[in-house]
Design a binder for this molecule. Structure first.
Ligand SMILES: [Zn+2]
Length: 453
């Protein structure tokens, strides 16, 4: 039984509809305690003291971005239409001039954009340090942060940090220790990709992962060029290559813990899908980035059928150009239907689950991602009163969230019960100042890249 005093201490949201593991609930109430955990999720109860009357809104779990490089918001719109190699050159030309201050400005811009479009947790691979992780914590968001590496002797971001790959690996382990048990921060190793990292480096990380329990976040089988390159060098495909190096068995462990998080996996054969499923690896599906960079269409229906642990990602803004996960949700549903001429190829309900509950589990936050008693209250409220939402009915909530909703519809965000976005206004970030700072940083980087190439 719930006592009067604990009910009084609860934060209570009332909304027209709510997405729960059992489907849409009309006339909904969500309550969470001071510990930020959901105490009630269901139909409105008589006698509840409503803290936030969100009539005209629908509630759903916060969205999970399973693969991004958040600081690359500064490269939004760089070389959009010039093909893959010119795009990569333009991005790298800017990164040569990147400073620690730029990374901070880009990260903060991403935090503003992600929260405002309903994302509450993200998996990131880029430069990370204690100060940047503290910024994420202050914003209220959750992150699986992977300091990016390429090789033991290679300095990843020369203008940002003097650390080479070996030093970054040691630093990654220090960060994991420092933030152990933090409900908002998790740390991963971040070897960039099988074609950029030497085999010995990857084998060492697999051994470390088994020993430390720290997961590995890597790009995998993104393009046909990668398949050819790994084949030429090692005589296997990329998934087999990582398997030989011990990465697919990295740690084993429970299904709730992220071990290998592989971004893209566009080019997979049946046996590779089976291997990834059996290994417990998580795959991040990034449909917009794969289409924009012309790398292909991942086999999402087969990955769903095989039971692969899945998450949905935007990849960086430089290859997207948005962090709005509602775009990915709709595209992940309709893309595979069109490509296969099969309107039943992917279900919106499955994609919404991948974007929330399954994504949260895949990136190591299994206590979130679902509006049910005991989970941490990561919840967003979308306005459903607009013409573009009408006629809205609670029983059509999955359809609305899967095909109609956009990030701009998000009006409130709570993460672990903390109100971080209210009525379209940030409560933890100075959005205007962040936009100004990031715009200046991007302008300087573009000018430096243009001047020195
Ligand atoms: Zn990426």
């Amino acid at each position: 039984m719930v006592t009067g005093s604990s009910r009084a201490a609860e934060t209570v949201l009332r909304a027209d509809a709510m997405l729960t593991p059992d489907g849409p609930v009309p006339d909904a109430e969500l309550a969470f305690g001071p510990d930020g955990r959901i105490a009630y999720a269901g139909r409105a109860r008589a006698g509840s003291v409503v803290s936030h009357d969100l009539r005209g809104h629908a509630l759903m779990p916060g969205l999970v971005n399973g693969h991004t490089h958040s600081a690359m918001t500064l490269q939004r719109g760089v070389s959009d239409d010039d093909g893959f190699m010119p795009w990569l050159s333009a991005v790298q030309a800017m990164e040569q001039h990147l400073t620690r201050d730029d990374v901070e400005a880009g990260l903060q811009l991403a935090l503003v954009e992600m929260i405002a479009s309903g994302t509450t947790a993200f998996a990131d691979m880029y430069h990370w340090d204690v100060g940047l992780l503290d910024l994420v914590r202050e914003s209220g968001m959750r992150v699986l942060a992977a300091p990016a590496t390429f090789a033991p002797d290679r300095v990843g971001f020369p203008g940002v940090s003097p650390m080479n790959g070996a030093e970054t690996t040691a630093f990654t382990e220090e960060l994991a220790e420092r933030f152990a048990g933090d409900p908002q921060i998790r740390i991963a190793y971040g070897p960039h990709a099988p074609y950029t990292c030497p085999p010995g480096f990857l084998r060492d990380l697999a051994e470390r992962s088994r020993r430390t329990g720290i997961p590995i976040h890597i790009h995998l089988s993104e393009s046909a060029a990668e398949i050819r390159e790994i084949g030429d060098r090692h005589g296997v495909r990329p998934v087999g290559h990582l398997n030989e190096l011990g990465l697919l068995g990295a740690g084993g462990g429970g299904a709730s813990r992220a071990r290998l998080l592989a971004a893209h996996c566009v080019h997979l054969e049946d046996a590779e899908i089976a291997l990834l499923a059996a290994s417990g690896a998580a795959v991040s599906h990034n449909p917009v980035s794969n289409l924009k960079l012309g790398t292909g269409i991942a086999r999402l229906p087969e990955m769903v059928s095989a039971g692969i642990r899945l998450t949905l990602g935007t990849d960086s803004v430089a290859s997207n150009n948005s962090l709005d996960l509602f775009e990915e949700i709709k595209l992940a549903t309709v893309l595979h239907r069109g490509a296969r001429q099969d309107a039943a190829a992917v279900r919106a309900a499955d994609v919404l689950d991948i974007a929330t509950r399954r994504g949260a589990e895949a990136i190591g936050f299994p206590e979130t991602g679902s509006l049910e008693v005991g989970r941490r209250a990561d919840v967003i409220a979308l306005d459903v009163r607009g013409a573009g939402a009408a006629p809205f009915a609670p029983e059509t909530l999955v359809s609305h969230l899967g095909f109609t909703a956009r990030g701009a519809d998000v009006r409130h965000v709570f993460i672990g019960g903390r109100h971080v976005y209210a009525e379209g206004r940030h409560l933890t970030l100075d959005a205007a100042a962040v936009v100004t700072r990031a715009s200046r940083a991007a302008e300087r980087l573009r000018a430096a890249a243009a001047a020195r190439g």
